[in-house]
Design a binder for this molecule. Structure first.
Ligand code: NAP
Length: 244
């Protein structure tokens, strides 16, 4: 299949979890993919497995200089970037009374400031490509409340996507946000997230958590030209959780 023929994509946090699943599907659909993550070993392994149409670069999404390097690397390896998936993120299951200022600033940096840095970094490349699609991974907690810090950043990602969509439409660059529910990845297997996930799962109308691939199909659609008239919108993939 070639739903992403002629696409050059950067996917952050792509060494494992949902980002890795997006990378696999993108390569299957004809894209050239830069797997960008702080996790080197897994990222290199995945790139080797996916062959010539994938390459790994170490990217800490909170660092502007890292972003500049990643975009240059993508251009030198595959050509101008026309897809960015801002997927890297962390979770933090603290109450408002527990969370410290340092923890709060950390999650804002990784989940929110990174999205701004990523979008700004790819704009010149997308202008060269004359087309672009930015997919920002938010969460169901970008629509309804959850843990302090995490919820704040994911609401911000939803808002930033709309603001950026308005600012970039005249360059033929689209920006949308994706709102996954509970997805089976290493993130939700973490000790401090397990209890919250168990609680959430009881209320999922579909009565199950999702596989990463079920989110990848939506991200693929948004990355491709099939979604050419969608920008500044939020796309929910949550088994009906927020429909209740
Ligand atoms: P994951 O399995 O933890 O994968 C996230 C990846 O991002 C990891 O490889 C992680 O590396 C990396 N990362 C963390 N900080 C980074 C940084 N500063 N720079 C670059 N990479 C960094 O998570 P996931 O479940 O696939 O989640 C992917 C996205 O979906 C996140 O934005 C998350 O908030 C969102 N989401 C997840 C769920 C869910 O149920 N899983 C639901 C809604 C939304 P380390 O392992 O070293 O941290």
């Amino acid at each position: 299949m070639d739903r992403l023929a002629n696409k050059v994509a950067i996917i952050t946090g792509a060494s494992r979890g949902m980002g890795a699943s997006h990378a696999r599907l993108f390569v299957d659909e004809g894209a050239k993919v830069v797997i960008a993550d702080i996790l080197e070993e897994e990222g290199e392994q995945l790139a080797n497995e996916l062959g010539d149409n994938a390459a790994f670069i170490k990217l800490d999404v909170t660092k502007k200089e890292n972003w500049e390097k990643a975009v240059s690397f993508a251009e030198d390896t595959f050509g101008p970037v026309n897809v960015l998936v801002n997927n890297a993120g962390i979770t933090m299951n603290k109450t408002i009374e527990e969370i410290t200022e340092e923890e709060y600033r950390k999650i804002i940096d990784i989940n929110q400031v990174s999205v701004l840095l990523g979008m700004k970094a790819v704009i010149p490349s997308m202008k060269k490509a004359t087309i672009g699609s930015i997919v920002n991974i938010s969460s169901l907690n970008g629509l309804v409340g959850g843990a302090i810090g995490y919820t704040d950043t994911k609401f911000a990602v939803r808002g930033m996507s709309k603001a950026a969509a308005l600012g970039l439409a005249h360059y033929n660059i689209r920006v949308n946000s994706v709102h996954p529910g509970v997805i089976e990845t290493p993130m939700i297997a973490q000790e401090d997230a397990k209890e919250a996930v168990k609680e959430f799962s009881k209320f999922i109308p579909n009565k199950r958590v999702a596989k990463p691939e079920e989110v990848s199909n939506l991200v693929l659609y948004l990355a491709s030209d099939e979604s050419s008239y969608s920008t500044g919108s939020e796309f929910v993939v949550d088994g009906g959780l927020t429909a209740q």
